[in-house]
Write a protein that binds this ligand. Structure first.
Ligand code: ADP
Ligand code: ZN
Length: 289
C-alpha cells in the first residue's frame, strides 16, 4: 500500500511515493512546462505504482477550484501561467488513476505537512506562508482547511510601505500588496538583485522583514493561531525570522499576548519537504476517512 503526492508548483513539479509513515520512498522533480508535457511526466511516474497506489494528494499552484459541487472542481482557474488556465487537473489524473484524489493549494498542502509532522504537530490552529516566487498562505483549524467560497489568498493583503521604500509593488492587480512588495520577484524588481545575492547585512532586509511582520501581525489579529510558519525561498535568509519577530513585536506593542515568540513565528521543520509530505499526509487522510 503506497500513497502518491504531487506538489504542483508554477516553477517545478515534485511527485513522490510514500508509505503509511509518510516516508518518501521515491521522488522526482521536473520543470513546469505545458500541461500536456508536464502531466505526461506525472502519469509516467505513477504508472509504475498503479497496482499498489491507494490515493493521490495534490497541492497545486492556483487559483484553483476547490468546490465539489462546481462543474470546474479540480481545475486550475485564472492563473496567469500560460496554457494552464482552466486546466482540468484532477480530471486528467482520474483518466489514468482510479483512486481517490485530494485537491488543495500548494500552500495548504505545506501547512498540512507541518501540521502532520512539523512545527504544527499537536496544534489546533496552524498558519503557513510561503514567501517565494509568490506569497501564499494556508490555515488549518483542528486539521481542516479554513475556506469559504474559495481558498484563502492571504498573500495579497495590503501592507503599509516602509518609510525608506518608494516601490509600489509589482502585483498586476494591487498596489502595495504583500506579494507585490515582498515576494522574490519584487525584491529583484526593486533592487536589481535576486534575494539570494543580497548579503545578510544589507539594509534592504529591514524593509522586507517589516512587510512580512505586517503579515504576521494581521494573521495574529484575525486568527490567533498557535503557530505561524514562514517558508519559501526568501525565508532561507537565516537572519530573516529573527528580524520578522522583532518587527512584529514593534507593531504589536504587546496588545495581544502571543505564545513565546520563538515558538510562535518559526520556519518550517520539514524545510523544502513540507509541501510534498503534506500531499502524502492528505492522500493518507482520505483513505482513513
Ligand atoms: P517557488 O516559490 O517558485 O516554489 P521558492 O520558494 O524557492 O520557489 O522561491 C523562489 C524565490 O525565492 C526566487 O524569487 C528567489 O530569488 C528567492 N530565493 C531563493 N533562495 C533565496 C535565498 N537564499 N535568499 C533570498 N531569496 C531567495
Ligand atoms: Zn496583489
Amino acid at each position: 500500500m503506497v500513497f502518491g503526492a504531487i506538489e504542483a508548483g508554477g516553477t517545478k513539479f515534485v511527485c513522490a511515493i510514500g508509505d503509511e509513515k509518510l516516508t518518501v520512498e521515491k521522488r522526482v522533480s521536473f520543470p513546469t512546462t505545458t500541461p500536456e508535457e508536464t502531466m505526461n511526466l506525472v502519469i509516467d511516474f505513477f504508472k509504475d505504482y498503479q497496482s499498489e497506489l491507494e490515493s493521490i494528494g495534490v497541492g497545486s499552484f492556483g487559483p484553483i477550484d476547490i468546490h465539489r459541487d462546481s462543474s470546474t472542481y479540480g481545475y486550475i482557474t485564472s492563473t496567469p501561467k500560460l496554457g494552464w488556465q482552466d486546466f482540468d487537473f484532477v480530471g486528467n489524473l482520474k483518466n489514468h488513476f482510479n483512486v481517490p484524489i485530494t485537491w488543495t493549494t500548494d500552500v495548504n498542502a505545506a501547512a498540512y505537512g507541518e501540521y502532520a509532522c512539523g512545527e504544527g504537530q499537536g496544534k489546533d490552529s496552524v498558519v503557513y506562508y510561503t514567501i517565494g516566487t509568490g506569497i501564499g498562505g494556508g490555515a488549518l483549524q483542528k486539521g481542516e482547511f479554513i475556506e469559504g467560497f474559495s481558498h484563502p489568498e492571504m498573500g495579497h493583503m495590503i501592507v503599509i510601505p516602509h518609510e525608506k521604500d518608494n516601490f509600489k509593488g509589482n502585483c498586476p492587480f494591487h498596489e502595495n500588496c504583500l506579494e507585490g512588495m515582498a515576494a522574490g520577484p519584487a525584491i529583484e524588481a526593486r533592487t536589481g538583485r535576486k534575494g539570494q545575492d543580497i548579503p545578510a547585512s544589507d539594509v534592504f532586509w529591514e524593509s522586507e522583514a517589516f512587510y512580512i511582520a505586517q503579515c504576521v501581525y494581521n494573521t495574529t489579529l484575525i486568527l490567533s493561531p498557535d503557530v505561524i510558519i514562514l517558508g519559501g525561498g526568501v525565508m532561507k535568509q537565516s537572519h530573516m525570522v529573527e528580524r520578522v519577530r522583532k518587527n512584529f513585536e514593534a507593531l504589536m506593542k504587546n496588545y495581544v499576548r502571543t505564545p513565546t515568540i520563538k515558538n510562535y513565528i518559526v520556519t518550517p521543520a520539514l524545510k523544502d519537504n513540507a509541501g510534498i509530505i503534506g500531499c502524502l499526509a492528505l492522500a493518507k487522510k482520505i483513505i482513513k476517512k
